[in-house]
Design a protein around this ligand. Structure first.
Ligand code: COI
Length: 355
């Protein structure tokens, strides 16, 4: 299959739901656009590529993914420029990361042309769903799951790859209060922490629920062995500004190689801001907080974009983070990314793709 030979059958909806959406009050994850792209993996190849109206799937109760969790996903975003054209941010990086997850979960690779042609065709059809309101975008959810109707434990022989989209506003309504987790873990060496597999998110729900009952919005995960080193936060990578430097835990087999994270690192380096990607101990951050030296702590991810934390809680103490100043790195990089994604800033990194 090549980009020119990918055949996608398109069945357009006769009942668009676009008029039902209040684009001035978008809530993350509530509205799903009119169409979805589906490809099926059978007999060793991707086939039956189609775009159909968004709707329910019919699946066997024995569907392998529902039992043994062969399910992976990506999160990416599209934006509109002032001319109303649709721009995709770093789509190839999401395709590559999906295939890395697929390899670890023993799932088939998705050819670039299936991913990219499916995605761009879908966006052309649902271009009207891409918001132009400030702070809004079209969230894109590509995912793959095992479909064999079989109850023995083995890698499935059949899969669905689906992409649907959702116009979204901000993920966190206000700066999150996060708590350093010292008992539960997200990932251990040799595990699947570096993948975007469904189980990583399922396993995080219970510890997150306990933290929410204590009044926090999210956790900061620490290493599985000693809970001494910071790994990432739920739904986002984590970054700090300390002594004028950008600090972030290095990517490892227990953390997600976040695309927003690596974009921020690249922009900081381009601006001549010192960046340290390394092990960061909880103690280093708490000491800096106690000394009033931590300039900012923030989450970075596709869904959350850049979310400065309001509070970090550790061993029963809440440490408040300082207000983010207008001219701070956090604000500058957030504005720069927004301008890049909406075509207002020149794409010097080659990250944008016009659909
Ligand atoms: C994303 O940032 O796109 C994610 O995948 C996080 C999410 C589970 C909302």
């Amino acid at each position: 299959m090549t980009a020119d030979t990918v055949q996608i059958e398109v069945q357009q909806t006769t009942q668009s739901r676009l008029q039902e959406v209040d684009f001035n009050n978008l809530v993350f994850g509530r509205n799903i656009s009119d169409h979805m792209f589906i490809a099926e993996y059978k007999n060793g190849q991707w086939q039956d590529l189609r775009i159909v109206p968004y709707g329910d799937l019919s699946l066997s109760p024995a569907t392998a993914a529902l039992h043994y969790g062969q399910a992976i996903f990506e999160g990416m975003k599209a934006y509109k420029n002032d001319a109303g054209e649709v721009l995709l941010f770093r789509a190839i990086d999401n395709w590559k990361r999906l295939n890395k997850s697929a390899e670890r979960l023993c799932m088939p690779q998705i050819p670039e042309e299936v991913f990219m042609n499916g995605l761009t065709e879908l966006l052309r059809l649902d271009a009207g769903w891409v918001p132009s309101q400030p702070g809004c975008s079209l969230y894109i959810r590509p995912y793959m799951f095992a479909t064999d109707p079989y109850i023995g434990v083995k890698a499935s022989d059949s899969y669905y790859f689906i992409i649907f989209t959702s116009p979204v506003g901000t993920y966190y309504a206000k700066p999150p209060r996060v708590k350093v987790e010292q008992h539960f873990i997200r990932a251990a060496e040799g595990g699947v922490g570096a993948t975007k597999c469904a189980g990583n998110y399922a396993g995080s729900l219970y510890p997150a629920k306990l933290a929410q009952q204590e009044g926090y919005d999210q956790l900061i995960w620490t290493d599985a062995r000693d809970h001494e080193y910071i790994e990432e936060s739920g739904t986002m990578n984590i970054m700090f500004m300390l002594d004028g430097k950008l600090l972030t835990p290095h990517v490892s087999e227990t953390t997600l190689d976040g695309i927003t994270r690596k974009s921020i690192v690249a922009i900081a380096e381009h601006w001549g801001i010192p960046v340290e990607e390394r092990r960061i101990s909880v103690k280093e951050i708490i000491d800096a907080l106690k000394a009033g030296k931590l300039e900012a702590a923030f989450g970075a991810g596709t869904a959350v974009v850049i979310s400065p934390f309001a509070t970090i809680a550790y061993e029963g103490v809440d440490y408040a983070l300082p207000e983010i100043k207008e001219d701070s790195f956090v604000n500058r990089v957030k504005n720069y990314l927004t301008d890049l994604r909406t075509g207002k800033e020149e794409d010097i990194f080659g990250w944008m793709l016009k659909v």
